[in-house]
Design a protein around this ligand. Structure first.
Ligand SMILES: C[S@@+](CC[C@H](N)C(=O)[O-])C[C@H]1O[C@@H](n2cnc3c(N)ncnc32)[C@H](O)[C@@H]1O
Length: 216
C-alpha cells in the first residue's frame, strides 16, 4: 500500500477522535506557535490531518493559516468540521516530500509527520522546502516521537529523535531556539513521549510571509 493509500484508509475507516494522535486541545502546539509568532503571522500546519489546531489559531486571531495533508479524506473531514469557517483556511492536499512550493509562512508547524520520513532523500526534500517556505527569521516547529517514544505509529515505523538529532536533520540553516518535551496520551491512555524542537531560519530571503499557492 502506498503512503497515500495508507492515510486515506486511516481517515476513511477510523473515527478521528479514536486515532492515537488525537488531542482535543493542541495546546502545546499552540503555545509554541504563539511564542514563535506573537504577532499572529502566517502559519502552515504540515500533515495537519484533522487536528483541532486551525480553529484554535482562528479563535486566537491568526488569520493566515494553511493546512497541508497527504490525505484528501482528512482534509474533507477537517473542512466539514470547521464549516462555516473552512473557507478561512488554505487547504492543500499533497505529499510534503513531493510538493514543489507552498508559498511563504512565518511559522511551519509539524506534529507527528516528519518522524515517518524514513528515507534520507525525503527528509532532505522536506528540509529544503521548509527552508524555501520560511523567510529569514521564520520559525520551524517540529514535534516527533522522542527517543523513548513508541517505534511505530498508525502501523508504520517511525524515526525517534532527541533535540540534538532533530537539530542535525535541519542543518546549519536553522538555529535551535527551544526544545520542549511533551507526554501525549492516546485516547486509550497509552503514554507517547514527544520532543518539539523550534528553530529559526537564518538564511531564508526576507519576503512577504503569506502568498497563496496554486494548491488551494
Ligand atoms: C500522526 S498524524 C498527525 C496529524 C496531526 N498533525 C495531528 O497532530 O493531529 C500524521 C499526519 O500526517 C499526514 N501525512 C503522513 N505522511 C505525509 C506526507 N508525506 N505528506 C503530507 N502529509 C502526510 C497523515 O495523513 C496524517 O494526517
Amino acid at each position: 500500500m502506498s503512503r497515500k493509500e495508507h492515510w486515506e484508509t486511516v481517515y476513511t475507516k477510523t473515527d478521528d477522535t479514536q486515532v492515537g494522535w488525537y488531542q482535543p486541545d493542541p495546546e502545546i502546539s499552540f503555545r509554541l506557535i504563539e511564542k514563535a509568532s506573537p504577532g499572529r503571522g502566517a502559519v502552515i500546519d504540515i500533515g495537519g490531518g484533522t487536528s483541532r489546531l486551525p480553529e484554535k489559531l482562528l479563535d486566537h486571531g491568526y488569520k493566515k493559516i494553511a493546512v497541508l495533508d497527504i490525505s484528501a479524506a482528512a482534509v474533507a473531514k477537517a473542512k466539514a468540521r470547521l464549516s462555516p469557517r473552512a473557507h478561512l483556511i488554505q487547504w492543500i492536499v499533497g505529499d510534503i516530500t513531493e510538493v514543489e512550493q507552498v508559498g511563504h509562512f512565518e511559522v511551519w508547524h509539524d506534529r507527528a509527520v516528519f518522524h515517518f520520513l524514513d528515507e534520507l532523500s525525503d527528509r532532505r526534500r522536506y528540509v529544503e522546502l521548509a527552508g524555501h517556505t520560511l523567510p529569514k527569521g521564520g520559525q520551524l516547529i517540529i514535534g516527533t516521537f522522542a527517543k523513548d517514544g513508541p517505534p511505530r505509529c498508525s502501523g508504520l515505523d517511525v524515526r525517534r529523535y532527541d533535540a540534538a538529532s532533530l537539530a542535525a536533520e535541519f542543518g546549519p540553516d536553522f538555529r535551535v531556539v527551544d526544545e520542549t518535551s511533551h507526554l501525549h496520551r492516546t485516547p486509550s491512555g497509552k503514554p507517547q513521549p514527544f520532543i518539539f524542537g523550534s528553530s529559526g531560519n537564518r538564511v531564508g530571503k526576507n519576503t512577504h510571509f503569506w502568498e497563496h499557492s496554486a494548491h488551494i
